[in-house]
Design a protein. Structure first.
Length: 143
């Protein structure tokens, strides 16, 4: 890898951390994407629907700008739509069950040294590793 190849992940990580920190400092709320998506859809008691919509629009705009200026990626979907829908529902259920997602627990919660976020992150990383092991080594499915 060249030195420039480390620049993009570093910049992205800094921007994620900065936006999450500013969201917490200025709004007093955790910048977890699942919670923001629920607020944007009106599924929570939190009244910050416009703020949540703005944050999500910024995430999408930032990703779009990065894709436009950094490199073009080719997206190829190799799984069946039914499998993707089932996986999405399972992830959504786990997100609600765990009161947060990777961004809420893994980025914001760990940065605040939250024991609950440490436990949640350890669990979902362990489950993800076990899923990859089972699908690749026991079942034989390759990406």
């Amino acid at each position: 890898m060249t030195e420039i190849s480390y620049l993009w992940p570093l910049t992205g990580g800094l921007l994620i951390g900065l936006s999450a920190g500013l969201y917490l400092l200025l709004n007093g709320r955790i910048a977890g994407i699942s919670g923001l998506a629920a607020a944007a859809a009106g599924l929570t008691d939190y009244g910050g629907c416009k703020l949540a919509l703005g944050f999500l629009a910024g995430v999408i705009a930032g990703a779009s700008l990065a894709a436009a200026f950094i490199r073009q990626t080719e997206i190829v979907i190799t799984s069946s739509p039914a499998l993707l829908i089932a996986a999405g529902l399972i992830v959504g259920y786990g997100t609600r069950l765990g009161s947060g997602c990777t961004s809420g627990h893994g980025v914001c919660g760990l940065a605040r040294l939250s024991p609950r976020s440490l436990a949640a992150t350890a669990i979902f990383i362990s489950i993800a590793a076990a899923t990859v092991f089972v699908t690749r080594h026991l079942i034989g499915v390759q990406p």
